[in-house]
Design a protein around this ligand. Sequence first.
Ligand code: KIV
Ligand code: ZN
Length: 510
Amino acid sequence: MSKRIKIFDTTLRDGEQTPGVNLNVQEKLEIAKQLQKLGVDIMEAGFAIASPGDFEAIATIAREVKGVVVASLARAVEKDIDRAWEAVKEAENPRIHTFIATSDIHMKYKLKMTEEQVLERVAAMVKYAGKYCSDVEFSAEDASRTRPEFLYRVMEEAIKAGATVINIPDTVGYAVPEEFGRLIRGIRENVRGVEKVDISVHCHNDLGLAVANTLEAMRNGATQLECTVNGLGERAGNASLEEIVMGINTRKDFYGVSHGINTSQIYRTSKLVSGLTGVSVQPNKAIVGANAFTHESGIHQHGVLSEKSTYEIMTPESIGLSTNRMPLGKLSGRHAFEERLKELGYNGLAPAKIQQAFEKFKELADRKKVVTDRDIEALIGEKVTEIPEFFELDSFQVSSGKRVVATSTVSLKRKDTVVTEAATGDGPIDAAFNAIERAVGVSFVLEDYSLRAVTEGKDALGEVTVKISRDGRVFTGRGVSVDIIEASVKAYINAINRAISELGENILLQ
Ligand code: KIV
Ligand code: ZN
C-alpha cells in the first residue's frame, strides 16, 4: 500500500490573494463544490476575520459542502480564532488554521516580538483554538527563513498544545528543493511528537520552484501538500495543484505515493477557476495550459499519430480533456491533414478532392498561424460541394472610404478566358457584386447576405453566405477567407455557379 498524501487546497484563501481577484460568496461556493468533486482533502475557504464577505463565504461552504475538511485561516490572536470558529463550526469536518511568523526578519520588523514571546503565543493560541475544534493546523509563517533550531522548538510547542497539523510555509518562495527537503527531514527527525501529526508544506512560486519544493518536501516526509488551482496566489502564486498531482501520478514509479484527487476533474476545475477569477491560464502552463496537449510540429504530429507515447507523458483524458490537439499549420503534412479530415467525419473523399482541399489548406496556413477544425470544415464545405465552376475568381480589387464612391474591379475565369469588369456600388461589397454580375453578364437579386467568424481570434476565417434569386428561384452560395471581401466575392460567385448549374447555361445567353 502506498502512502496516502493529503491535498490541502487554498485557492479560496491564498488563491484569492492573487492581485485583482475578488470572488463573491456564490462564486466561492461554486468553486468549493467543484473542489469537492475534484477530491481535495481539505479546502481553506477563506480568512474569516478579513471581511464580512469572506466570513459569509466560509460559513456557507461549511454548511453546504460535505465530505471534506473546511478550514478558515486565523492569525494567532483570540479574536481571529473566535471568528474562524464561528465561520467553520457548521462544517462536517471543521479546521482552524492559525499562524504566526517565526523568522528573525518577521519577528523583528513585523511582529516586534522576541523568540520567547512567539513561543508563548504559539502554545497559547493553539490551545485556545483546540477548545473549539479538534482539528487545528499551525503554520510558522516564513518558516523557510527561520533558524531551524528555533523552528523545531516552535513546532514542538504547537504539537504539545494540541496541533494536529504543522505547516512549514516557504512564504516568500525563497527555498530551493534540496534545502527545503532537508528542512522537512530535520523537522521529522528533531521535533518531539511529530509522528502524531501531519507535516504540511505551503510553497510560493517566486523563483518558479513551488512545485519542485513541494514534491521534494513530500519525499522527505511531508504528508499534506498545500496548493491552489492554476497556481493562483499571493505575488507569483502558490504551488499548482494540477502540477503536483500529475507529477505524483505520472512519476508514480519515482514518488510511489497516492492521493484522493479525481484527476479527470482537473481541466474542468481549472476552467471554472480561471473563468470566475478572471485570471487566464498562460498557454504554455503545464497540465492545463492550452498548449499542454498540443503538438505543433509535423515531426511531433506524425509521431503522436503513430504512437501517442512518443511525445505524451500523460494522456489528455487523464485530466478530463477529450483529446490532444494537433493544430494544423504550415508545418503540418498531408498525413496529419488527412487524419483530421477523417476525425471530422469526412470519410471516403475522392483523392482529387482531398488534394484540392489540401492545397487550399496550405494556402490558408501561409496566411493564418493555426488552421482550426472549423477552418477545415469551412474549406471542405466550400470546395467539396460539387458545383461546376462555370466562373472562377481570378483576381479582384476594391477601393472605398469616407466620401469616396466604392469601386471594384473583378476578373473571372471562364474556360480559357478571363473577363474583367469594374463597377461602383454602395460600399465595397456591393461594388464587387455589381462587377461580378457585369463579368457574368446576368443580373440577380441579392436576397440575403450574412457574415460570421467561423474561427476565433483576429485572424479568424470569415464565412459569407449569400442568397440570390432569379426567375423566382433562390440560390445559396458560400465563401470563406480571412479577408471578408474575398469571402463575399467567393460566396457570390459560388451562388451564381449554382444558379447556372440549376437553370442551365442558357441564362448566360439571355
Ligand atoms: O504563505 C504563507 O506563509 C501563508 C500562511 C498564512 C500559511 O499563506
Ligand atoms: Zn501563502
